[in-house]
Design a binder for this molecule. Structure first.
Ligand code: ADP
Ligand code: MG
Length: 476
């Protein structure tokens, strides 16, 4: 492997076993933790969050490219969220067949009708990429998706660099160990939340993390909570149910939950249909959206992060509409797009169907879902498309070119999993934050990165889905 971890280390079983033990202890010492599946709501017994034994080589140029384009992606997401006509046109076909997106869109429309009660906007995004391997051995950065809702692992990834540094030292790779980059998204994410809280302007008001019923990944969030507490900003963790039972708006639409005024709602739950277990859950979402609290994300920013919007953005002329006088920004963003194709009814969608059926291995079929494990690959694309190709049901999906990163050997460390050398593919994320007040962009930053790695045997799935693990780039 070029400029990565030497094969003589990779293949030395005794050394690898020793390093794996060292690595797991380092993870525990660093606080790279997850609760265990058996007791997701207790911290009595916890384990290390899954991670790779070694860092993964990433070409420096593409790494820097991902960081450099992030503030433009922030601006783009924000502009989309303020363009109701664009959202309406982009999502019209999707919402006619996808109930979940339709329900979100209904909330969006109600908010537009009532008028937004808060002019402060807080965005915490993560744009994810894979490196497409060219025939000449080059690699180009291709966006997989942008997460505008509950983008995770900014906390834990702030602590993973020290694990790999330590492992490499023990492996005798001191030089490589010094090349592991610092990373601290937790601080940057907290800085943006703190800014929004400050602008909201009430010292008593709290930051509410809206969390899932099952909280295995709590430590990732605790890092951000702790950063806020360090700034004397009070935070609390509540579920949809708590908001439904104890939430209310006063005459100024200030949000109160459990007796506390809420300055910021940071959603870490609410992006999957399964999160909405009852009508009350939907009522709670609407209550928060209507309120004066700063929502991260607000409903229109949530919609801006859909895969359908991603596909529409790749159409000729669309980026130009959002950046009319900035051809360089357009070019910088567009350079990261993989091929994206509509499945709307009509000749263009028909062409997409024919193309996918002819060469399914070249594509990924994506419904409007988040959280891993929802996309469709290979022969299953044909099965699904054969079933829906004549009906409007096909409009619930988009088609995307499959990105082909170079597989790299590594060991995936996960509780109770056997230690074995694995062919791996990685996905690089860049964290972006912004705060806008009315017309004023008061903060727009790239605050760090995330590398996740999975076995090449799995086509899909993130860390929370139990497929990918945390990693660090080793710039080459
Ligand atoms: P989700 O919202 O579920 O995270 P993604 O679009 O990020 O949806 O896809 C989930 C996973 O599927 C990604 O992490 C990646 O491993 C894989 N994947 C998605 N799109 C592509 C693609 N175009 N090429 C290769 N792999 C992809
Ligand atoms: Mg993803």
């Amino acid at each position: 492997m070029a400029q990565g971890i030497p094969e003589k280390i990779m293949m030395n079983t005794a050394l690898v076993e020793e390093l794996a033990d060292v690595a797991k202890d380092a993870a525990l010492l660093q606080g790279v933790l997850m609760r265990i599946q058996e007791t997701p709501n207790s911290s009595e017994l916890v384990t290390y969050a899954p991670f790779t034994l070694f860092p993964t080589p990433v070409p420096k140029a593409v790494f820097l490219q991902a960081l450099a384009v992030q503030t433009h992606y922030n601006t783009l997401v924000d502009k989309i969220s303020q363009d109701p006509d664009f959202l309406q046109e982009s999502l019209a076909s999707t919402i006619s067949v996808d109930d979940f997106t339709a329900r979100l869109f209904k909330i969006h429309q109600q908010i537009l009708k009532e008028g937004r009660s808060q002019s402060i906007v807080l965005g915490l995004n993560r744009s994810d990429y894979m490196l497409d391997q060219g025939e000449d051995g080059s690699s180009s950065l291709k966006q997989i998706e942008i997460n505008t809702f509950a983008a995770s692992f900014g906390g834990l990834s702030s602590r993973t660099p020290d694990i790999h540094r330590h492992v490499l030292k023990v492996a005798g790779q001191l030089e490589d160990s010094q090349r592991i980059l610092d990373n601290n998204p937790a601080v940057g994410l907290a800085r943006a939340i703190a800014k929004a809280w400050e602008l909201y302007g009430s010292e008593r008001a709290i930051v509410m993390f809206l969390v899932e019923d099952s909280q295995r990944n709590i430590f990732d969030q605790r890092y951000i909570e702790n950063e806020l507490w360090k700034r004397n900003i009070p935070t609390t963790r509540k579920r949809f149910d708590d908001v439904y039972k104890t939430g209310s708006l006063d005459q100024d639409k200030k949000l109160f939950v459990d007796g506390n005024e809420v300055a910021v709602v940071y959603f870490r739950c609410g992006y999957m249909p399964q999160n909405y277990t009852s009508e009350q859950t939907w009522d709670a979402r609407l209550l928060m959206e209507r309120s004066q609290a700063v929502k991260c994300p607000d409903i229109s920013t949530h919609l801006a992060g859909t895969k359908k919007v991603q596909q529409v953005l790749a159409r000729p002329g669309v980026l130009e509409k959002f950046f009319p006088d900035q051809p360089q920004v357009v070019e910088q963003i567009r350079a990261t797009f993989a091929g994206l194709y509509t499945l709307d009814m009509g000749p263009e969608g028909d062409k997409t169907v024919a193309m996918a059926l002819a060469a399914p291995d070249r594509f990924v079929l994506k419904p409007q879902r988040e959280g891993g494990g929802n996309n469709i690959y290979g022969s299953e694309i044909c099965q699904v498309l054969e079933g829906v190709k004549e009906s409007t049901e096909r409009m619930a999906y988009i088609l995307m070119d499959k990105v082909h990163p170079t597989p790299i050997h590594n060991y995936l460390l996960r509780r109770d999993a056997p230690l074995k050398i694995t062919n791996c593919l990685s996905e690089l994320g860049a964290f972006g934050t912004y705060v806008r007040q009315g017309e004023d962009m008061v903060l727009n930053e790239c605050v760090g990165h995330l590398l996740r790695t999975k076995s090449s045997q799995h086509s899909d799935g993130g860390v929370a889905a139990g497929v990918a693990v945390l990693d660090n780039p080793l710039l080459v």
